[in-house]
Design a protein around this ligand. Structure first.
Ligand code: TRP
Ligand code: ZN
Length: 488
């Protein structure tokens, strides 16, 4: 039965089904039911349609070609190395991207179908993928990326692949493209298990026309091409990150390198590079003048910087900044020191240790916001006054328990400020030495992995006892705003 659906098995059928043109494929249905249960999504409490349960993507090896920067058109091919935690008869990736032309399973063509309403790419497997085995899935596609409306209503733009048309003069003279995906925009240009519980490493190869520079999360491993022809830039993100944190940029960048900062794991140097669109360096550089110092201060609180590189890529549209891994996506208009610090802190909280469910995203925003206070204090400013301002906003505009229950809550004031005050409360309750040890243990034990709110509470109990646990819990759970904790 299964063989009927295998492209390799019937050449004619294979041509029809596998050689085809994505959407237009006349594949009536995926394979007949097997003994295996129908595939399920991951079951996120805020975004229940994302991801596939039991699928574990280990690596995405992505090749993208941008023929005309500033326009949305893309050509892509990605090979996912994956395994399963339960037997799978189908793969169901999140995808609303360009048209799929071919899908291969361990190198052989297989039957696939796209469901644009469900934003899925469905792939029939010749035989089930069993736990403990690895396979590769290669998807080839080209055309216009799909549209993912921001599901948390934080701001009215579409997430995922962005295009900035060439303007002829000024910073947009060249035209640009970049990814801006939190929470679920990555599947507009990359077939993926687009949920933070399935972190993966990335190899990203981007081909751009002569004169353009590509940048992506990770360290650059090569740049190849001919003198006046297209160039291919390859990046390796060797530590696992969530799909939403994959950063990709294309522009006529000025790349500014600085000496490495020895705050990586085991004192390894963290490579430093920042990318500026034409003519923006002098306008923007002020916000990034102290990045090395920030790396030192934050690694003093959180432990070693988790990745091999850090820097920003500046974009020109008015958008919020996003902490894309190793390479924050930083709008020119948000290029201010506290924002720069906040996004750097997300490299630990969000990118290295990642919420396993979107309802826990305060674990990102609360920690990154609290880092702003830690930095301000190290800079001689009044941290307690900052905490008091946060408290006053919450007191004025209202607040909620920290675990989000609806999409609109993910990036609201409570996620940021109440989340930060929960950490302030813990610090005030247990003192700086225990607080620092707690932060470092929290990062160390989950580095590369995922966390839930309960993990934080359990660790607080283990390391700081009932006093720390109670302080944290009050701020996580109370329906009303707890009193402002005060540093001695
Ligand atoms: N995580 C971002 C921050 O640093 C906020 C954010 C959420 C965002 N979704 C986004 C920014 C999408 C840009 C695009 O606080
Ligand atoms: Zn943030």
């Amino acid at each position: 039965m299964m063989n009927e659906n295998r492209c390799g098995a019937f050449i004619l059928l294979g041509l029809l089904l596998c050689g085809g043109r994505g959407e237009a494929l006349s594949v009536p249905t995926l394979p007949p039911p097997t003994a295996l249960p129908a595939p399920r999504t991951i079951g996120d409490s805020i975004f229940p349609s994302l991801g596939q349960a039991g699928l574990d993507v280990l690596n995405y090896d992505l090749s993208l070609t941008v023929v005309r920067p500033g326009t949305p058109q893309l050509q892509g091919e990605v090979t996912l190395t994956l395994t399963a935690t339960q037997p799978l008869s189908q793969i169901r990736l999140d995808f609303v991207g360009p048209t799929v032309s071919a899908v291969r399973w361990n190198g052989r063509p297989v039957v696939f179908r796209t469901d644009s309403a469900a934003q899925k790419l469905l792939v029939a497997l010749p035989k089930p993928l069993l736990p403990g085995t690895q396979a590769t899935l290669t998807v080839s596609y080209a055309g216009t990326p799909g549209i993912v409306r921001d599901p948390d209503f934080t701001f009215p733009v579409d997430l995922g692949w962005q295009s900035v048309p060439a303007a002829g003069t000024g910073a947009d003279v060249a035209g640009a493209n970049f990814a801006l995906s939190e929470p679920n925009g990555t599947h507009s240009f990359l077939p993926s298990n687009d949920h933070p519980s399935d972190k993966a490493t990335f190899t990203t190869r981007i081909t751009v026309p002569a004169g353009f520079t590509a940048a992506a999360s990770g360290v650059q491993v090569s740049q190849t091409g001919t003198q006046n022809g297209p160039q291919t830039f390859v990046f390796s993100q060797a530590q696992p990150i969530p799909t939403y944190a994959l950063g990709i940029h294309v522009n006529k960048f000025q790349r500014v390198d600085s000496p490495g900062v020895p705050v990586g794991v085991g004192g390894a140097p963290v490579q430093r590079r920042d990318y500026f669109p034409p003519g923006t360096f002098f306008q923007a550089k002020g916000a990034y003048a102290r990045t090395d110092e920030m790396l030192r201060v934050l690694s003093g609180w959180f432990g070693p910087y988790p990745f091999g590189a850090y820097g920003v890529a500046i974009v020109t549209p008015q958008l919020p900044a996003l902490e894309t891994a190793t390479l924050t996506t930083m709008p020119l208009t948000s290029s201010r020191e506290p924002v720069a610090l906040h996004e750097l802190a997300h490299q630990w909280f969000g990118n290295d240790i990642t919420p396993a469910d979107w309802s826990d995203v305060w674990l990102n925003e609360g920690f990154a916001t609290y880092a702003e206070l830690l930095w301000a204090q190290s800079d001689g400013q009044d941290g307690q006054a900052m905490a008091a301002r946060w408290w006053a906003t919450l007191n004025q505009f209202g607040t909620r328990p920290l675990v989000a229950r609806r999409a609109e809550q993910l990036f609201d004031t409570s996620a940021y400020r109440r989340g930060a005050l929960a950490l302030h409360a813990l610090r005030v309750a247990v003192g700086d030495a225990q607080f620092r040890a707690f932060l470092q243990a929290y990062v160390a034990r989950s580095s590369g992995g995922t966390v839930r709110t309960d993990d934080l509470v359990t660790l607080a109990r283990a390391l700081t006892g009932p006093i720390g646990e109670a302080a944290l819990r009050l701020w996580i759970e109370s329906p009303t705003l707890p009193p402002l904790p005060k540093l001695p």
